[in-house]
Design a protein around this ligand. Structure first.
Ligand SMILES: [Zn+2]
Length: 272
């Protein structure tokens, strides 16, 4: 709602700016001369301040890196994962036609970031490129990232690589495990449920191959969740090995739908 009000106010400002030169009836040339109106600084500042997500920092984690498979030694290196160690990262999965999970998560994350920024949020990503010549970051870095950038929450985006007959999304929240996640388990579970509601609202199918139709799972084996000190959830947006999910993931319209669902979930969690 507040966005609509802001847009209406902005339209009003633009209309006011255009009204000045149009009042000059002496000019023979009908080409409108646009004289910039005095900068409406206070009004614009008010608009920025009333954007729905103004003042909120959100961490996004586009899972994997496209070049991980080119750096097996770096990727296999064990890193802390919350009381145990795990490999730095994995190569991620792909559709049967070779569309990589890293590229999918990168593309959806960029859409999510753009929408959140348009709503006034500050958005920080765990990686800033999708390249065959790059690897990482490791899962411990991804887990600690949200606190490092003082984010209100972190969402990690993935695509699953399950047997091809199953399809649909599921959201993963951390298990409460002292001393790692006891502080964030409850808000993370609320975040996971809000993300599920957001994806539901865009009519994205829930997972048919796990979680008994709830599309919600709690796991204790993921460093990205275990090492977070801000509310965190991971989403497997679909099964890349399933033909129907793969079709949606490969299409710009499908990716926009995933992004809209994620943004709706984040807004629901924040109550904005
Ligand atoms: Zn993944």
């Amino acid at each position: 709602m507040r966005t609509a009000v802001a847009a209406a106010l902005l339209a009003g400002l633009v209309a006011t700016a255009a009204a000045g030169p149009a009042a000059d009836a002496q000019r023979a040339d009908p080409t409108p001369v646009v004289t910039p109106a005095p900068a409406p600084a206070p009004a614009l500042q008010r608009l920025v301040a009333t954007a729905p997500l103004a003042g909120i920092t959100i961490a996004l984690d586009p899972g994997h890196q496209l070049g991980n498979h080119n750096f097996p030694r770096q990727i296999r290196r064990p890193v802390p994962a919350g009381g145990f160690s795990k490999p730095c990262n994995t190569t991620g999965t792909a559709t049967n036609s070779g569309y990589a999970e890293a590229t999918f998560t990168w593309q959806v994350s960029r859409l999510v970031a753009a929408r959140l920024r348009a709503l006034g949020a500050e958005v920080v990503l765990t990686r800033t490129a999708n390249s065959e010549s790059l690897w990482g970051p490791c899962v411990d870095y991804r887990g600690r990232f949200g606190a490092r950038v003082r984010a209100r929450l972190e969402v990690s985006l993935h695509g699953d690589g399950a047997r091809s007959s199953g399809r649909g999304f599921h959201v993963i929240a951390p298990v409460a495990r002292a001393p790692w996640t006891t502080d964030i388990a409850a808000p993370s579970y609320r975040l996971a449920k809000a993300l599920r509601a957001g994806l539901d609202s865009r009519h994205l199918p829930r997972s048919t191959y796990l979680a008994g139709g709830t599309a919600l799972v709690r796991r204790s084996d993921l460093a990205t969740l275990n090492l977070s000190d801000v509310p965190v959830a991971m989403i497997e947006l679909g099964n890349m090995r399933n033909a129907s999910d793969a079709r949606r993931m490969k299409s710009p319209t499908g990716r926009a739908t995933y992004a809209a669902g994620v943004v709706a979930g984040i807004r629901k969690y924040l109550g904005r």
